[in-house]
Design a protein around this ligand. Structure first.
Ligand code: ATP
Ligand code: LTN
Length: 334
């Protein structure tokens, strides 16, 4: 079979091994990945994007640990290496090589418009060229595997748009090198907001740990963080545009229990924030307990984790090598 021209869906996504994986990452990204790997018409490839992580300073020892921790978390959340491929981005040199070639077809103005770059470079006296170039590396990740669908949270939409632009530009110039990828964004969980500021997304790089629920947070910490979460004026447990904080908490409640927001609102009619927050904390704790139990077992077996990642990298090597070799030939490099 020609691995680079498929009739089935090919799903690709990545997560950075930086900071603490939080409920936003789980609901916006990983839980979608787990659902997709059950579909027999989909081939799923999930990546630990360590080259993206070094766009900001990292301690080498901690980064090495974070890579294995993220592998363990992917598996604990339900990624099954017999159904999906899990690998580390830097283990496949084709990512950097394709990114360089795509750099030479990307305009400075296009990257200057990226809102994530603007946010991440804002108020910093210095930042790396890598941080600016981040979307081109992401485009290389996606196009290298002839990806058809990219499940991500809302914040990555603009990066998928630039990937599509680059794909069409290269395809027009060199006659159909790449598959045009589509974003897959789950509306309800696309943007889980911070617990202490419902106008900003829950984020790994937030300086305040009380803004997010970490996937490995203990029940006590989860209760404490939810108790402290900001609320809106009024006391009704009702979602609405003028109530961003309670809407976010209701959204999280619905996502972790697989229920409708309207149903949950009904359950708490006449109740105050106290009862609602206790129940929400319990629901989050119950959702994360089996993940944490699996995580603790997996992280104790680092050699097994390394083997899963090495096997994943070897399995997808032929796809990456074939795409890169076609690109190099088209451009005149071999
Ligand atoms: P940072 O905030 O430091 O940039 P991050 O928390 O966004 O990091 P990533 O590794 O960049 O983490 O994201 C992994 C995946 O999780 C991406 O698909 C991203 O869109 C998704 N994601 C991140 N934050 C949220 C959120 N608050 N709600 C929904 N999805 C999210
Ligand atoms: N930029 C993404 C992570 C990422 C990614 C990708 C997601 C890197 N390469 C390819 C989907 C497909 C982020 O920061 N969330």
């Amino acid at each position: 079979m020609d691995q680079n021209k498929l009739n089935t869906k090919r799903i690709f996504s990545g997560i950075q091994p930086s900071g603490v994986l939080h409920l936003g990452n789980y609901l916006g990204a990983i839980s979608q990945f787990v659902k997709l790997q059950g579909d027999t018409n989909s081939e799923c490839i999930f990546c630990i994007v360590d080259l993206h992580a070094i766009t900001v300073p990292q301690d080498p020892k901690i980064l090495r640990e974070k890579i294995l921790e993220l592998a363990a978390l992917y598996l604990a959340c339900g990624i099954d290496p017999t159904k999906s491929t899990l690998f580390v981005q830097s283990s496949r040199p084709e990512h950097s090589e394709l990114a360089w070639i795509l750099n030479c077809f990307t305009n400075m103005g296009e990257l200057n418009r990226m809102t994530q770059f603007k946010e991440k470079s804002e108020n910093k006296s210095n930042y790396s060229v890598g941080l600016f170039d981040y979307p081109v590396l992401m485009a290389a990740d996606i196009l290298l595997y002839q990806t058809t669908h990219v499940p991500v949270g809302e914040d990555q939409k603009q990066h998928i748009e630039i990937t599509r632009d680059l794909c069409e530009r290269m395809n027009n110039k060199y006659n159909g090198l790449f598959t045009l990828p589509e974003p897959m964004i789950n509306k309800q969980t696309a943007r889980i907001m911070s617990l202490d500021d419902p106008n900003n997304k829950m984020s790994k790089s937030s300086p305040s740990p009380s803004s997010y629920i970490g996937l490995t947070d203990s029940p006590e910490i989860i209760r404490e963080k939810i108790k402290r979460a900001v609320t809106d004026s009024g006391s009704e447990i009702k979602s609405g545009e003028d109530k961003p904080a309670i809407s976010n908490l209701l959204n999280i409640f619905a996502a972790v229990t697989d229920r409708e927001i309207a149903d949950i609102e009904k359950d708490f009619e006449g109740n105050g924030y106290g009862e609602f927050k206790d129940a929400l904390a319990q629901a989050v704790i119950s959702k994360l307990a089996p993940i944490q139990e699996k995580y603790n077992k997996l992280i104790a077996g680092k050699d097994e984790l390394r083997k899963i990642l090495a096997d994943g990298s070897a399995k997808i090597a032929p796809i990456a090598q074939k795409t890169l070799s076609e690109v190099k030939k088209s451009v005149g490099l071999g």
